[in-house]
Design a protein around this ligand. Sequence first.
Ligand SMILES: *[C@@H]1O[C@H](CO)[C@@H](O)[C@H](O)[C@H]1NC(C)=O
Length: 118
Amino acid sequence: MKSIMKHICLLIFMCLMCIDVYGQGFDLTIRQEARGTAQGEWDVTLENASPCVILNAYLDCTGFQSRRDIDPKVILKQGDACIVNDGQRINPSESLRFVYAWEDRFPFKLLNQSVACS
Ligand SMILES: *[C@@H]1O[C@H](CO)[C@@H](O)[C@H](O)[C@H]1NC(C)=O
């Protein structure tokens, strides 16, 4: 009996690990660094490092501002959310880049996304 419980616990633990790995692994990756050339300019790369197609990705853009125009096809602010790539598909290994200008780095977070695996 004790050993069965141990096995069940191990199974549950492994399942939780799976969910975690998958959850992380399929998310759009957001990288951001200061641009060397100008102060207060930030270079953001959004990359699909997952093996699936990502679409309808939204970032949390609450309070986000930029002194520089950003290509609305890359990200478009709609209220507190920014829609990525006009909601269109981002293929595996594909990445999108944009630059914004503000004194402080903005902490972009993924709000939600859809994933399509073939
Ligand atoms: C994702 O977030 C955006 C912005 O808040 C919202 O409009 C959209 O309905 C959400 N999509 C899903 C699938 O929840």
